[in-house]
Design a protein around this ligand. Structure first.
Ligand SMILES: [Cu+2]
Length: 117
């Protein structure tokens, strides 16, 4: 009897691990193109608890992609896809912006991640 309970727990924990593994995957993908001096699109929607992968490309030069609320940043390099996966844990609007100086309009180069519950 004890042995049967132990096996049931083992299966349960393996199943739980699989679910966590899936949740850690890339989820929905959203392509965002960086160019002087904008992100296209500049508004991206996400859902709490659902992984979202930004697929970042640059149309001209090196840009940056920074999301302070998520503690993330990356360079966006021309002719290369840069992927960044997040799993939002709370609803709200969160800024992302370029943090590599790219010219006179650099300060305006920003967008918003809108996370819905
Ligand atoms: Cu810039």
């Amino acid at each position: 009897m004890k042995r049967r309970v132990f096996i049931a727990l083992l299966v349960g924990s393996v199943a739980g691990g699989t679910v966590r593994l899936l949740a850690a995957e890339t989820g929905r993908e959203v392509s965002v193109a960086a160019s002087k001096f904008e992100f296209t699109p500049d508004t991206v929607k996400a859902k709490v608890g659902a992984p979202l992968t930004f697929v970042l490309t640059s149309l001209d030069r090196i840009h940056g992609f920074k999301m302070p609320e998520f503690g993330l940043r990356t360079d966006i390099i021309p002719d290369k896809e840069t992927r960044l996966t997040i799993t939002p844990t709370k609803p709200g609007s969160f800024a992302f912006f370029c943090d590599v100086f790219c010219g006179d309009g650099h300060e305006e180069m920003a967008g918003t991640l809108v996370v819905e519950a």
